[in-house]
Design a protein around this ligand. Structure first.
Ligand SMILES: [Zn+2]
Ligand SMILES: [Zn+2]
Length: 150
C-alpha cells in the first residue's frame, strides 16, 4: 500500500466548528412523496403520513389509537404492521380538502398529515386556513422540488 506514512490528518486537522454546518437538527427524518391529482407533488414526513404523533414520553398512532414506546425501531415496526396498514387504509385523505391532506378520524376529530397534528372537526377550517398550516404546506411543496429519496 502506498499511503504516505506522514499522513495522519484526522486528529491534528483543525475541525471547523459544528455550529455553522448544522442548520437541520433532524438529518434522519424520513419523508414520503405523495403524488396528488393533477400531478402535484408533496413531500411529507413519514410520521405525518402514518399518523404518528410524538407525545410526551411516547409516540401515538392516531389512526390505530396505539401508544408506542418512544423508540424509532418501535415506530418503524408499527408502520409496517398489517393491522396498522389496514387501519391506515380506512382513513384516506378527504377529497374535498385536496392538497391539505386531512384524514377524518371520527366525528369529532381529524388529523392533518401536513402538520402532523390532530384537529378537532369544529376547528378544521380554521386550521386549514391558518398561517401555520399554510407554511407547512408550502414547505411540503418546496421539499418536493429538492427531495431525493435514498
Ligand atoms: Zn397505527
Ligand atoms: Zn395542517
Amino acid at each position: 500500500m502506498s499511503v504516505p506514512a506522514l499522513r495522519q490528518p484526522k486528529k491534528s486537522r483543525k475541525t471547523t466548528p459544528l455550529k455553522k454546518s448544522i442548520p437541520c437538527r433532524k438529518p434522519e427524518e424520513e419523508y414520503v412523496i405523495l403524488t396528488l391529482k393533477g400531478d402535484k407533488k408533496l413531500v411529507v414526513t413519514s410520521d405525518g403520513y402514518h399518523g404518528i404523533i410524538k407525545m410526551e414520553g411516547m409516540y401515538l398512532c392516531v389512526l390505530c389509537g396505539t401508544e408506542l414506546d418512544l423508540d424509532d425501531k418501535c415506530k418503524a415496526e408499527h408502520k409496517n404492521l398489517q393491522s396498522h396498514l389496514k387501519t391506515f387504509a380506512l382513513f384516506p385523505h378527504l377529497e374535498g380538502f385536496v392538497e391539505n391532506l386531512i384524514r377524518q378520524l371520527n366525528k369529532n376529530s381529524c388529523y392533518c398529515t401536513i402538520c402532523n397534528v390532530m384537529v378537532s372537526t369544529n376547528f378544521l377550517m380554521r386550521h386549514v386556513e391558518g398561517e401555520a398550516h399554510k407554511q407547512e404546506l408550502e414547505r411540503a411543496v418546496t421539499r418536493s422540488t429538492v427531495y431525493k429519496p435514498k
